[in-house]
Design a protein around this ligand. Structure first.
Ligand SMILES: Cc1cc2nc3c(=O)[nH]c(=O)nc-3n(C[C@H](O)[C@H](O)[C@H](O)COP(=O)(O)O)c2cc1C
Length: 321
């Protein structure tokens, strides 16, 4: 098994600095996290949309299916987040990746049960606050990301470098726009200790989304995503009837009520589970344009390592004469 050591792999006890992003529905299952952790990365169960009994079953499946580290992603704003926290404390995952909300709400209780706590941030200010609160590492998300990019739309390259500089003692995982080993090499060069891959693993055999969703990601080019829903919890999704309707409303200066109604009329679930790629929220990052095939997750990890080697070998060395 290939190993690539960084402060993040040392902290988490994984072989490779490859984190599969928590993605509602797509990784709200055991198959994808198990495949990624089995390949030497960090697999992540997305607890966001899961009911408690289903989540409990999935946690048990993952715990029984691997002796390698894995994680749970918990968006703290989800309905019933406190009950999910209680469930996770009963069945502690090796790693928790919390998004939205502040880390003080959960940190001490998870540290007490031996869970490593990572917090998702999108600015230097929030990174500093999370570091002061005592998180073990930061996931830093830039504008290219699928799902919820930061409203300020600062690119991954800039925000990761700014956070690494501002909070040098806390390991950083870069998220947004990284889909291959070349992107991994780039974010490690910025000072991150790993990359988080979302859209790349959407197009994996194990991702729990409709085949139509996966095909749409593979078919998309780098210009084919849109950001819609400003002020409502902005999302990046593949351009379709839904994003077209939202952009028409935004450009025509429609009031918040009309925009809110249109925004909530479409869901990620419609696209992910029912394959409504025309009318649903087909959340995906700009890196959809870098994804060329649906592959088994373990093969994706292998490819990332091979591309990383190629990227490193091609880098010019400084020459002083
Ligand atoms: C379909 C989809 C669902 C997502 N769901 C979640 C989620 O439940 N929780 C979360 O913290 N982030 C979520 N994200 C964001 C990812 O964790 C990650 O930050 C993002 O995918 C990285 O950008 P990339 O897609 O360019 O790799 C989601 C992203 C996508 C594409």
């Amino acid at each position: 098994m290939t190993r690539l050591r960084t402060p993040v792999t040392d902290l988490l006890g994984i072989d490779l600095p490859v984190v599969q992003a928590g993605m509602s529905w797509a990784s709200s299952c055991s198959a994808l996290p198990l495949a990624v952790s089995g390949a030497g990365g960090l697999g992540v169960v997305a607890a966001g949309p899961m009911r408690l009994p289903e989540l409990a079953r999935t946690l048990d499946e993952v715990a029984a299916g691997t002796d390698r580290p894995w994680a749970v992603n918990l968006p703290l704003h989800r309905a019933g987040a406190d009950e999910v926290v209680d469930l996770l404390l009963e069945r502690p995952p090796p790693v928790l990746i919390a998004s939205q909300g502040g880390p003080r709400r959960y940190l001490e209780r998870f540290h007490d049960v031996g869970t490593r706590c990572l917090h998702v941030v999108a600015s230097v200010e929030h990174a500093r606050k999370a570091a002061e609160a005592g998180v073990d590492a930061l996931v830093v998300v830039g504008a290219e990301a699928g799902g919820h990019p930061p409203p300020a739309m600062v690119s991954t390259q800039v925000v990761v470098r700014a956070v690494v500089t501002a909070v040098p003692d806390v390991p950083v995982i870069a998220s947004g726009g990284v889909a291959d080993g070349h992107g991994l090499a780039a974010v490690l060069a910025l000072g991150a200790g790993a990359a988080q891959f979302g859209t790349r693993f959407l197009a994996s055999t194990e991702a729990a989304v409709h085949e139509g969703y996966k095909s749409a990601v593979v078919a998309a080019g780098v210009h084919d995503t849109r950001t819609v829903g400003r002020g409502l919890g902005v999302i990046r999704a593949l351009a379709n009837d839904f994003t077209g309707r939202m952009l028409d409303l935004e450009e025509s200066g429609a009031g918040e009520d009309a925009r809110r109604t249109a925004f909530h009329a479409a869901t990620l679930k419609d696209a992910a589970l029912h394959g409504d790629v025309a009318g649903g929220k087909v959340e995906a990052g700009q890196s959809a344009g870098l994804v060329d095939a649906v592959l088994p997750a373990a093969q994706i990890v292998e490819r990332i390592v091979a591309e990383y080697r190629t990227a490193l070998a091609a880098l010019p060395q400084p020459c002083d004469d």
